[in-house]
Design a protein around this ligand. Structure first.
Ligand SMILES: *Cc1c(COP(=O)(O)O)cnc(C)c1O
Length: 483
């Protein structure tokens, strides 16, 4: 049974946890203990079967038949690579490419599956409105995942001017009868805080009833659980390639914002995957990597816009789950730390908790100048294009140079950030993202992912700009229209 990071007396099924997103006390849903998987067995099967085994361990009450059906529908030819998440070794670097899904970022792994799981968990007369705050990639992946899924609607909010032009275009051209998108005046944390406030707004909930609100961000365990799978998939491919022996420990480098992706890796380790360290790579918004070095989380600093917008995040929600696990389920302590974060923007963990965290995680940050130089260096040396988020990981991985094989999570397609990548790799500035895509494709002999190539021709269907205070009314109106 799941419980809350802030109240270990709470107990609910994974279906209930997935439907509601996060706990009434503001905490996140966690499984207090993990049962190890049979490593040999999970390394013997392809991605989809690995997914069934992982999900059965993390979301047991869905049952194997439902999980298998959802997995089969979620990971098929909507991914352009049969491995779903192929490992691509270039020079010394093992890139785990997570961007072969319909929206070209790793968010597809969670968001192609979550709607199918949610649907399975809904009763016939349930209606759920999904709210998603996005720093760029979650929004489109959530829209695509929930588009025209019965009994659901999806409203996505992104910071105005805070996402790449291609990311914005992806969202504003979204089709479907149950989707809406709005830009918010403010940054990602403003959008995320406003979404959290709506989820705790009892007056709004009464107004919306019987429609329930839920979340598609990585605080939802239905997002997190599917991401655990690709750590096993990566390991399997390294074994198959002869890079490692079964049982050998590997490191994973994870470009990090909300700490969802890297936390999924930690779950994989708890399920028995042999991992040495997780390298947590941040851009100049380095609250998390600083925390890993000092034990002090402090968001009282300037918000910086970088070339990796999906990581321009100051409040890293999923870190709360790690605090819960590493304090051995001390939900009173977690509640106290989170209260301190809400009140003062800062908290400090006890020394023993920090030591426990540092046993598994090491942080580092990359400045934009280093990111651009790395994109260029790898493109020049190998003809391989990294997107700016992946390049943040690359810079930190190179600097730390840990012993043993290390897998770098490639979190987005370079074609999602074509202007930054073209400027870095070729030294040319393009005002038009679509032109930059074409130039990169021909210079590096790569195909532009089909959904991105088509974007230029799609009509823009969503062009709202809201103040955060206007969001509840916008949501109420949308719920009435579509649910
Ligand atoms: C969301 C995102 C990240 C950060 O992932 P978290 O789970 O928030 O840590 C990194 N890179 C890209 C491309 C993303 O879209």
């Amino acid at each position: 049974m799941y419980t809350s990071t802030r109240d270990s007396k709470l107990s609910l099924t994974s279906q209930q946890a997935l439907k509601t997103g996060f706990a009434p006390d503001g905490g996140l849903y966690v499984l207090p203990t993990f049962t190890k998987l049979d490593l040999e067995a999970i390394l013997a099967v392809p991605y989809q079967e690995q997914a069934v085994q992982v999900l059965l361990a993390l979301l047991p009450d869905f049952g194997e038949a439902t999980l298998r059906q959802a997995v089969t529908a979620a990971y098929g030819d909507n991914f352009s690579d049969p491995q779903i998440t192929p490992v691509h070794t270039v020079g010394e670097t093992h890139y785990l490419e997570l961007f072969h899904g319909p929206t070209s970022a790793f968010k597809d792994i969670g968001l192609q599956l979550l709607p199918r799981l949610l649907q399975a968990a809904l009763a016939a007369n349930d209606r759920v409105l999904i709210l998603a705050a996005t720093s760029g990639d979650t929004g489109k992946a959530a829209l695509e995942g929930f588009k025209d899924v019965p009994q659901t609607g999806i409203a996505t909010f992104y910071p105005d001017g805070g996402v790449s032009p291609i990311q914005e275009r992806q969202m504003t051209t979204t089709g479907g009868q149950n989707t809406t998108v709005a830009a918010i005046s403010g940054n990602f944390d403003d959008a995320q805080s406003a979404v959290k406030a709506m989820l705790n707004d009892h007056a709004l909930q009464a107004q919306l009833s019987p429609v329930q609100l839920s979340v598609a961000n990585s605080i939802n365990i239905g997002r997190l659980a599917p991401q655990v799978v690709y750590y096993f998939a990566a390991y399997r491919q390294l074994v198959q390639a002869g890079t490692i022996q079964v049982g050998e420990r590997v490191n994973f480098t994870v470009p990090t914002g909300n700490f969802g992706d890297v936390l999924a890796g930690y779950y994989a380790k708890q399920l028995g995957l042999p991992v040495n360290k997780f390298i947590v790579a941040t851009n100049a918004n380095s609250e998390v990597s600083d925390f890993l070095a000092t034990g002090v989380y402090d968001r009282n600093r300037q918000f910086l816009k970088t070339s990796s917008p999906s990581m321009d995040i100051q409040i890293s929600s999923n870190l709360e789950r790690l605090l819960y696990y590493k304090s051995n389920g001390d939900s009173a302590l977690v509640a106290q730390l989170m209260q301190s974060l809400a009140d003062t923007g800062r908290y400090q963990v006890p020394a023993d908790l920090l030591a426990a965290i540092q046993a598994d995680f090491v942080g580092g940050k990359a400045q934009d100048t280093e990111v651009l130089a790395a994109i260029r260096a790898v493109a020049d040396a190998h003809g391989y294009l990294m997107d700016p988020h992946t390049a943040v990981g690359y810079v930190v991985q190179q600097r730390l140079a840990l012993a043993g094989p290390t897998v770098l999570l490639a979190t987005a397609s370079p074609f999602k950030f074509p202007q930054v990548v073209a400027e870095a790799a070729l030294g040319e500035h393009y005002a038009d993202g679509f032109e930059a895509m074409q130039v990169l494709a021909s210079a590096y002999h790569q195909a532009i992912p089909q959904p991105l190539a088509q974007l230029a021709d799609l009509p823009i269907r969503h062009h709202q700009l809201l103040q955060p205070a206007q969001m509840p009314e916008f949501v109420a109106q949308f719920a009435q229209e579509v649910l």
